[in-house]
Design a protein. Structure first.
Length: 571
C-alpha cells in the first residue's frame, strides 16, 4: 500500500501529539521527584513487532523499548488481551538500562487484532537491593541491585495485580512512590491507546500499520542519505573510566572503531576492555542507545528517533566486554559509562566529519542519593538526584550550562522541592569560575552544590570520572574534574570515590562539584571581546584570560589590545 504523503504527514502529527500527551501525563501524575521533577522517564508508540515509531521524553530509552516489548511478545504471545499492561525491569531479559528503570508495555488492539503497543519507561527511587536507591557500589552481581520483574502481567481489565504491588511494598524503601509512578505509567499508556483507537477507527488498521512502517522507513532513508554524503573512511577513538569500584588502581578503556561505507555506519566496540567486577558495565541496549543518540545528534538532530537506527547502524559488540555485560554482571552505575560511550562515539564521528565535531560535555555525571528514616512528611524516603554537568563547545557556539548530555530533557531538581520534601538545606548552588574548557568556543561552566543534612541519613554516590575527565577537541582545552566530599575543609573531611556509601549525621555538609564542558578550537582564536565578557560574567578569571586565551584584561574587564597582540604573537 502506498500512502498519500499528505495523509501520512497528518497521521504523523497526530501520533506526535499522542506521544507528547503520554509524556505530559507521565510527568504530571508521577509521585517521585525523580520522575515529576527530573523527568527521568519517557513514553512511546511501538509497532506490533516492538519497534519504536515515535517517542517522547528520555532519548536513551529508544533501544530499551524494543528489547522490553520483544520480551513481552516472546513470553506472552497470544495470551495478551485488551486491558493488559506488563511490567518488566530485568535488564538481562528486557531493555531496562538498570534495575530501577521499569518499563510498562501495554498492547494495543484494534478489534481483536494486536496492532501495536504503547509503552513507558521511568526510573524508580528504590527497587530494593543492598542500599537505598538500589545502586550499591558494593554490588557484584545483578541480584544485589534490587527486585527484578520478568515481563509480568501487572494490570488487566480487572485492575492492578495486588500480588505484584504487595511484592513491591515488601522490597522497596519507597514503595508508595514506586507504586504511584507505576500507576502513572500505566495511565499514560492507556491514554496513548485511546488516541490510537481514534486514529485506527478513522484511517483503518491496514493504513495505520503501513503508516508506522513508513515513518520508520522515512527516518532510515534520511539517516542513510546523510551518511552517504560523508566520505568513506575509518575513525577510532578511546575513552577511559576511572575504575570499577573494586580495583581502584585499574582504569578501564572503551575503544570504538567507526567505519563509514556507502550509506551505512558500523560501530565496533569489540576491542573494549573485558567486563568489570564492579557495577560499571553496560547491557547492549545501553551502548546502542548512547551510540545512536551520539550519531544522530551530529548527523541531523531533526531526524525522528525511532527504530530506523537499528536498520541503518550496525553495532559490533561481542559479549563479555564492559559494553556487553553477561549475567549476572552488575550494571547499576551504568550512566557514567553510557555517557562516555556517547562521548567516544561523537569523537570518532568527528574524525569522519570534522565540520560536525563537538567537544564532549562534562564527565562525572551520575546520581547522588540520600535515604532518610523520615522525610518532612514523617515517612521513610529516598532523595534521588541526577547530576547534570554542562555541554561542550561546538563549531559555532559555546557549550550550554547545566544541561544533561544524552538526556537533555533532564533538569536539576529545584531547591524548593528538595527543601520542602526532605530534611536538607541547600547552602550553595552556583557556577564555578575557570571550570569551562577553554576554546574558540568554550564549554559550559562547571558548578558546585552544598547541602546541610538535618537528620541521620545514608548517602550513596554513583558517579564517575573524578580522575579521567572530559577533553577538548580541535585544539580546545579540557574542563575541570568532578568531585564529592563530606564536611569539606574540616577535620572530618571525607573525599569520596566515584562509588561510595556513607552514613550521614545531622549537621554534616555534603558537597558535589560537577564538570564543565570541553572547549572547541584553539583558545587563542576566541574573540577577545568574548573573553572580556566571560570575565565580567564570572566565567573566566583575569588570570586565566591571560594564560589560557592570551588576552590581557584590566581590573574592570577591558581588553588591553596592545598587550593582547603581544601575547598572541601578532604585534
Amino acid at each position: 500500500m502506498q500512502l498519500d504523503p499528505i495523509e501520512l504527514e497528518i497521521i504523523k502529527g497526530r501520533l506526535e501529539e499522542a506521544a507528547l500527551t503520554m509524556e505530559n501525563q507521565l510527568f504530571h501524575s508521577g509521585y517521585s521527584p525523580i520522575l515529576r521533577e527530573s523527568f527521568d522517564g519517557s513514553a512511546a508508540i511501538l509497532d506490533r513487532n516492538g519497534g519504536v515509531v515515535l517517542s517522547a521524553g528520555m532519548p536513551i530509552h529508544l533501544f530499551p523499548y524494543y528489547y522490553s516489548a520483544r520480551a513481552v511478545i516472546e513470553i506472552w504471545g497470544g495470551e495478551m488481551s485488551p486491558g493488559d499492561s506488563f511490567l518488566i525491569n530485568d535488564p538481562y531479559l528486557g531493555g531496562s538500562l538498570h534495575v530501577p528503570d521499569t518499563a510498562i508495555i501495554t498492547p494495543f488492539f484494534h478489534g481483536d487484532r494486536l496492532a501495536g503497543f504503547c509503552a513507558s519507561m521511568a526510573h524508580k527511587p528504590d527497587m530494593g537491593g543492598l542500599v537505598v536507591g538500589s545502586s550499591s557500589p558494593n554490588a557484584r552481581e545483578i541480584y544485589h541491585e534490587g527486585i527484578q520483574f520478568p515481563a509480568v502481567r501487572y494490570w488487566s481489565s480487572a485492575g492492578p495485580s495486588r500480588d505484584i504491588e504487595n511484592m513491591i511494598k515488601s522490597n522497596s524503601r519507597s514503595s508508595d512512590e514506586v507504586i504511584g509512578d507505576l500507576r502513572s505509567q500505566v495511565g499514560c499508556t492507556r491514554v496513548g491507546c485511546s488516541r490510537l483507537t481514534e486514529l485506527f477507527d478513522r484511517y483503518g488498521t491496514e493504513t495505520m500499520i503501513e503508516a508506522f512502517e513508513s515513518l520508520i522507513a522515512g527516518s532510515e532513508r534520511r539517516i542513510r542519505a546523510k551518511v552517504a554524503a560523508m566520505p568513506d573512511g575509518v575513525s577510532e577513538a578511546t575513552a577511559t573510566l576511572d575504575h570499577d569500584g573494586v580495583d581502584v588502581a585499574k582504569p578501564l578503556t572503551i575503544r570504538l572503531k567507526m567505519t563509514k561505507a556507502a550509506d551505512a555506519l558500523t560501530l565496533d566496540f569489540s576491542s573494549t576492555d573485558p567486563r568489570a567486577i564492579g557495577p560499571v558495565n553496560l547491557r547492549p541496549q545501553a551502548m546502542e542507545s548512547a551510540s545512536a543518540v551520539g550519531v544522530l545528534s551530529l548527523l541531523d538532530p531533526t531526524i525522528p528517533i525511532n527504530d530506523a537506527c537499528r536498520r541503518a547502524i550496525t553495532f559490533v559488540n561481542p559479549p563479555g566486554t564492559i559494553t556487553h555485560a553477561v549475567k549476572p554482571n552488575p550494571i547499576n552505575n551504568y550512566y557514567p559509562t553510557l555517557h562516555l560511550v556517547c562521548s567516544v562515539t561523537q569523537t570518532a564521528f568527528a574524525g569522519l566529519s570534522p565540520d560536525r565535531a563537538v567537544a564532549p560535555s562534562g564527565l562525572g555525571v551520575g546520581g547522588m542519593l540520600f535515604g532518610y528514616p523520615r522525610k518532612r512528611n514523617g515517612k521513610p524516603g529516598v532523595q534521588y538526584e541526577l547530576m547534570c554537568p554542562s555541554l561542550g563547545g561546538t563549531p559555532s557556539q559555546d557549550g550550554s550550562f547545566l544541561v544533561m548530555p544524552v538526556a537533555q530533557i533532564t533538569p536539576s531538581q529545584p531547591i524548593e522541592i528538595l527543601e520542602t520534601e526532605y530534611p536538607i538545606e541547600v547552602l550553595r548552588f552556583e557556577p564555578l569560575i575557570d571550570t569551562a574548557g577553554a576554546g574558540k568556543y568554550r564549554g559550559g561552566s562547571g558548578w558546585i552544590r552544598e547541602y546541610r543534612i538535618l537528620s541521620n541519613a545514608v548517602c550513596t554516590v554513583r558517579m564517575g570520572q573524578f580522575a579521567h575527565g572530559s577533553w577538548g577537541i580541535n585544539g580546545g582545552h579540557a574542563p575541570n574534574l568532578a568531585s564529592c566530599a563530606i564536611n569539606p575543609g574540616s577535620n572530618k573531611e571525607d573525599q569520596l570515590p566515584i562509588l561510595a556509601t556513607r552514613d550521614i549525621a545531622p549537621g554534616d555538609i555534603f558537597r558535589v562539584v560537577l564538570a564543565g564542558g570541553g572547549g572547541y578550537g584553539p583558545p587563542m582564536e576566541r574573540d577577545p571581546a568574548l573573553v572580556a565578557q566571560d570575565a565580567a560574567d564570572g566565567i573566566v578569571s583575569i588570570a586565566a584570560a591571560r594564560t589560557d586565551y592570551k588576552v590581557a584584561l584590566s581590573d574592570d574587564f577591558q581588553v588591553d589590545a596592545k598587550t593582547t597582540a603581544i601575547l598572541r604573537g601578532i604585534a
